[in-house]
Design a protein around this ligand. Sequence first.
Ligand SMILES: *Cc1c(COP(=O)(O)O)cnc(C)c1O
Length: 488
Amino acid sequence: MEDLTTITAHLQRLEPGSRQLEPLGNELAALTEQVVTYAHAFLNQAEQLPGYNSNSPTHRLQTMTVGEEGRPLAELLDIIRTEVDQPGINPASGHHLGYIPGGGIYPTALGDYLAAVTNQYAGVHFAGPGAVAVENQMIDWLNKLMGFPAAATGNLTSGGSIANLIAIVTARDACGITSHRIADACIYLTAQVHHSVQKAIRIAGLGEARLRQVATDARHKMDTAHLHTLIEQDRQQGLVPFLIVASAGTTDSGAIDPLADIAAIARQHSLWLHVDAAYGGFFRLVDNLKDKMQGIEQADSITVDPHKGLFLAYGLGAVLIKDTRAMQRSHQYQANYMQDVEDSSSPSPADLSPELTKHFRGLRMWLSLHLFGLRPFRQALEEKYWLCRYFYHKVQELDFEVGPEPELSVCLYRYTKGLEEPNTFNLQLVKAIQQDGRIFVSSTTIGGIVWLRLAVLVFRTHRQIIDEYLAVLAHHRDALLAFLEQKP
Ligand SMILES: *Cc1c(COP(=O)(O)O)cnc(C)c1O
């Protein structure tokens, strides 16, 4: 065994280097100032940044290795600028109109900054009662917004996918789907459900359950008569229907399933109803859109995604579950080294999710909502809705065919006039627009038909950008038509 002199010599040798992990005073100020300068420059042009950059190199990043000695922050910021923030889709840009765009309102960054600086422990009530209270306040607000009772609970997750996973695991256990019943268990969903649901079903060990694809109507919504028939058939065959997954705003078209009718069927057959409202949920904030989601309050669980419809930066989803006990039964655990963690009246986030130690992600949401108040969120969401309807009218003036009237802020459209192969043409058109890069839009295929999609959800997208896009769209459509005419 070494003597104490040796030990103190080691400590003396190591402390100065170890202290380099904590810059203070002028050094702290200088580091912060460089980052803030970078962030302000970025923010002041974010709205107008191109939506997509397909040809930025990332070789400096790829050849970089982690060394013994540190590098200057200026060098690292330069790498972030050219190799991280330029290539690919620019999610911060108001010109991002593809997939389901995200957000990035500034208080998210401020909340995350403080959460990281103080490193509050948000997993367990005993350790961080304030942090857990912040998160629970957000869960309570979300439950109220969705029309859930005050006794409902939930968890702030990293995104919608994990929220769907937690809901499906809870439904599985609450409905008693243990190993010997999985092969007979039936889950009902449409082809329009988000792929994270299928992924969650597999991860939850339900890959061998019977996935029943419920038909959709002309507006891509769940056909409830078909749902009813499928459940009855499965019942008659002695199978175990247990879960319906409905969507409140599908990714493809923004369609909202007939939630009240689906809830009635779920109740009649004692099935768990999960509603994936990752895209559409926050449109509940808009008075004249709220009723479109009527019936959502009758669900057993709901997924929402504040990093989409609440415009927060990536890294925040939420799952809401009515039956707190069921959620705890699936996720709570005891360990000897946690014996000091007292029972408290409200469950801790760690009792309701697979996570223990976690990002204090509630602070960014709490800060954003309280700093701005709800009004600007309501107005921004309603603006996105009207922008989409504006586009829906304008694109028809350009002779495009449109899909169903947009329900929220996604619009389907395609050009077909005089074309023998409209699918090929529209795929070429979306490629050309993406290559152009000013605006990013994406496409999808529904029932064999290729559609271009417009998804308005970046808080920085305003009318001028939609007008710009209409011009870009017309330009590339005309160029492609001219090119086709030239061909023999
Ligand atoms: C985005 C989305 C998801 C997945 O959420 P992530 O936050 O990307 O994990 C699930 N369902 C719908 C309807 C979505 O739009």
